[in-house]
Write a new protein. Structure first.
Length: 620
C-alpha cells in the first residue's frame, strides 16, 4: 500500500461494509479493512460495539482518501495490530491498557482480568476465586487471622486436655486445627469478600454509571480512539472533531446516494427498550448535561457539542440540558462511544428526552450489540448497486477452518451450531451450566442476526471469521502472537471474499458479484410474487366482493367530509380531489401489477433456501 492514491484508485468501485461487535475481537478488522481498501472505495460503513470502532476509523480513513488523496489512514489501520500487541509493561499489552478501571472498581476489574484466557469453566472459576482473594486482600488477611486464631484455640484445648501429648494426640490436634482453620477461613473470607463485592457492585458500580471503565484517562480507550479517528481523517486532536456532516460532504460522492460516506452505528436505549441508529434523524431530540458528558468524552469534544447545540432547557432540579448537535454536527467519536458501552465493562451513556412536552427523563444508552450485534441489513436495497460485505465472528470448533466463505449458492445455509461438547455434557458439572447460560444469552442477542446471515443473497457476501476460546471477546489480555494471528485471519477473510466476488471460478466469466445480483433479483421477484395473491384478493378492482373495490370511492368521499377541519390519518391537511383521483389510480395499478405477477411466478423455478419474507417493519 502506497501513501498516495493513484488515478486508478479514484476509479475503484464502491462497496459497503458491516462489522460485528466483539470487544477484543475487533483486532480482526484493521488488516481486513486495509486489504479491502486496495480494491474498493467505502460508501457505507456500519457496525456495533468493536465493529463500530472499526467502522468509525474506516470512515475517517476513507474521508482522508477522498479529501487529500492520501492512503495514510488505511496505513494506520494496517499497523494497528502491531501497536495493540506491544507490551507497555511486562504482562500488559497496549490492548489491555486501553481498559482502565475507575477508582475502587479496580478491584472488580482485576478479578475479571484474572479469569481471562482460561480454557475451561473449572479453571475460570479457580482463577476467579484467586482473583477475589488477591483483590480483596484485607478480607483475606482478616480471614487468615480468624482461621489461625481458631486453629490455635484448638491446639490450646488439646494441650489442656491431654498431658503429656502423645504422637497420636498431636496428629489429631494438628488435623483438627487444620480442618477448623479451613472452615473458619472459608466462611470468614466468603462473608467478608462477599459483603465487600456486594458494596462495590450495588454502590460503587452504580455511582459510576454501571461500568468498571469510563473510557477516559491517560492512554484509555476513548482518548486513544479520538486520536485514532482524527489522525485517520488527517486532523489533530486540537482540530474540530470529525462529524457525520464531514463524511456526508466528502469528495467523490456517487450521484445516486445522498451521503458521500454513510457511517451508521447501533446503540441500545435501555429506557425505551429498542435500538437507535446514530446519527439520529432530525426529529429525534435528545439532551445531555455538560457534567455527565465530560465523564465520557474528551473536553474538546464536549465543548464542540455545547457550541453546536441548538437549544437548552432548565430542569426542575435546576440542571441545564443541552440538545445534542444536529446530525451534520454530531461527532463520530460520540456515536462510537455509545455503541461500544459493553454492559458493566464500560459506563452506560446518560442522555435525556422530553416526555409529552413536559418532563425530562433520563435515557440510558448501552452497547449496540444488545439489540443487533451484526446489522448486516443496514444498507440493503431491494436490488444492490454494489456489494455490501460483512465480517462476522463465531466460535471455532475442532476441525473447522479459520475462515468460511460461501463459494456456491448451496453453501452457508446450514444452522450456526453452538454444540455442547460431549465430554462436558457427560460430566454434568459447572461446564454444562456455563454453556447453558451462555447459550441463552447468545440466542437472545444474536437470533435475528444469525437468521439473516443464512439467507440467500446475504450468506455469500459474509466472511465468517472463527476464533478460539482464548481469542477475542473478553480476552482483553491477548498477547502479541494471538493478536497477530487474529488480524491475519481478518486479512485472509477479505482475500477470500475478493477472490469470490472479483473473479469467475474455474475459468467461468461470471463473477461472484454477477451471481449475487442474479440471486438478489430472484429473491425480490419471488417475495413480491408470494405477496401478490393477497394484494389481488384485497384490492382486485374486478372483484365486486372486494372491500377496496366496492367501497373505495365512497371511502375517499367520506374521508374528505370527515376531515373538514383536519387531514385524514397521515395527512397534514385535507385531501383534495386530485389526491383522491391519484390514489384510486395507484390502487388500480397495484392490483394490475399483482395480477400480472401471479402467472409469472410459476414460470420461474428458482428455489430460495431458506425462504425469505417481504414485510413492513421499522427501519432497523
Amino acid at each position: 500500500m502506497t501513501d498516495t492514491q493513484t488515478s486508478a484508485d479514484k476509479l475503484l468501485p464502491f462497496c459497503d461494509l458491516v462489522m460485528k461487535g466483539g470487544i477484543a475481537s475487533g483486532v480482526v478488522y484493521p488488516t481486513a479493512i486495509a486489504e479491502l481498501s486496495c480494491h474498493y472505495r467505502f460508501q457505507s460503513i456500519g457496525g456495533t460495539s468493536a465493529g463500530a470502532i472499526a467502522a468509525a476509523v474506516t470512515a475517517a480513513a476513507e474521508y482522508q482518501r477522498r479529501e487529500t488523496g492520501s492512503l495514510q489512514g488505511f496505513g494506520l489501520l494496517k499497523a494497528l495490530p502491531d501497536e495493540l500487541g506491544k507490551s507497555i509493561v511486562p504482562g500488559k499489552s497496549k490492548l489491555l491498557s486501553l481498559f482502565q478501571p475507575q477508582g475502587e472498581l479496580s478491584r472488580l476489574f482485576s478479578v475479571l482480568v484474572a479469569s481471562l484466557n482460561r480454557g475451561t469453566t473449572t479453571s475460570r472459576i479457580l482463577h476467579l476465586i484467586i482473583g477475589f482473594m488477591k483483590a480483596y486482600w484485607l478480607a483475606t488477611v482478616a480471614a487468615t487471622i480468624a482461621g489461625g486464631a481458631a486453629a490455635a484455640g484448638v491446639g490450646f484445648l488439646y494441650c489442656k486436655a491431654f498431658d503429656p501429648i502423645t504422637i497420636d494426640v498431636g496428629l489429631y490436634a494438628l488435623l483438627s486445627a487444620a480442618i477448623l482453620f479451613m472452615l473458619v477461613f472459608t466462611i470468614t473470607a466468603a462473608g467478608l469478600i462477599g459483603w465487600w463485592v456486594y458494596l462495590d457492585i450495588t454502590r460503587r458500580l452504580v455511582e459510576h454509571n454501571l461500568g468498571l471503565c469510563s473510557g477516559l484517562g491517560k492512554g484509555a480507550l476513548t482518548p486513544w480512539l479520538h486520536n485514532l479517528i482524527q489522525t485517520a481523517a488527517d486532523r489533530t486532536i486540537e482540530d474540530a472533531p470529525l462529524t457525520f456532516g464531514d463524511l456526508w460532504l466528502a469528495e467523490g460522492a456517487d450521484s445516486s446516494t445522498p451521503h458521500s460516506i454513510d457511517l451508521q452505528m447501533f446503540s441500545t436505549n435501555l429506557s425505551h427498550g429498542r435500538p437507535y441508529i446514530f446519527p439520529l434523524e432530525e426529529k429525534e431530540q435528545l439532551y445531555f448535561t455538560e457534567e455527565e458528558m465530560s465523564e465520557c468524552l474528551p473536553d474538546k469534544v464536549v465543548t464542540w457539542m455545547k457550541e453546536k447545540s441548538r437549544s437548552s432547557h432548565m430542569t426542575k432540579d435546576e440542571k441545564w440540558l443541552l440538545e445534542l448537535p444536529p446530525p451534520q454536527d454530531f461527532p463520530v467519536l460520540l456515536a462510537a462511544r455509545m455503541s461500544l458501552s459493553f454492559p458493566f465493562l464500560f459506563t452506560a451513556i446518560p442522555l435525556h428526552c422530553l416526555v409529552k412536552g413536559k418532563n425530562f427523563q433520563r435515557c440510558w444508552f448501552s452497547d449496540g450489540g444488545i439489540s443487533s450485534n451484526f446489522p448486516i441489513h443496514l444498507f440493503d436495497d431491494l436490488l444492490p448497486r454494489w456489494p455490501t460485505f460483512g465480517i462476522t465472528l463465531e466460535p471455532k470448533s475442532d476441525g473447522q477452518a479459520d475462515v468460511f466463505i460461501a463459494k456456491t449458492y448451496d453453501e452457508g445455509k446450514e444452522e450456526r451450531w453452538n454444540y455442547l461438547p460431549k465430554e462436558v455434557e457427560q460430566k454434568k458439572g459447572a461446564g454444562m451450566l456455563g454453556w447453558f447460560i451462555g447459550a441463552i444469552v447468545g440466542t437472545m442477542q444474536n437470533w435475528n442476526d444469525n437468521s439473516l446471515t443464512r439467507m440467500p443473497g446475504v450468506r455469500d457476501r459474509v466472511a465468517r471469521v472463527r476464533l478460539n476460546k482464548t481469542e477475542g471477546g473478553l480476552n482483553l489480555n491477548m498477547e502479541e502472537p494471538d493478536i497477530r494471528a487474529v488480524a491475519a485471519r481478518g486479512k485472509n477473510a477479505i482475500r477470500q471474499l475478493l477472490k469470490r466476488f472479483n473473479f469467475g471460478q474455474n475459468g467461468n466469466s461470471v463473477t461472484g458479484w454477477d451471481e449475487h445480483r442474479f440471486v438478489r433479483l430472484h429473491i425480490l421477484l419471488k417475495m413480491l410474487a408470494a405477496r401478490a395473491p393477497g394484494v389481488v384478493s384485497s384490492v382486485g378492482l374486478n372483484d365486486e366482493s372486494s372491500t377496496y373495490a366496492t367501497d373505495f370511492c365512497k371511502l375517499l368521499s367520506d374521508m374528505q367530509v370527515a376531515s373538514a377541519s383536519a387531514g385524514p390519518p397521515g395527512y397534514a391537511k385535507q385531501m383534495t380531489d386530485q389526491n383522491c383521483s391519484d390514489l384510486l389510480v395507484f390502487v388500480q395499478r397495484l392490483a394490475s401489477l399483482a395480477q400480472d405477477m401471479e402467472p409469472l411466478d410459476k414460470s420461474i423455478p428458482f428455489t430460495s433456501i431458506p425462504t425469505p419474507e417481504l414485510r413492513v417493519r421499522p427501519p432497523l
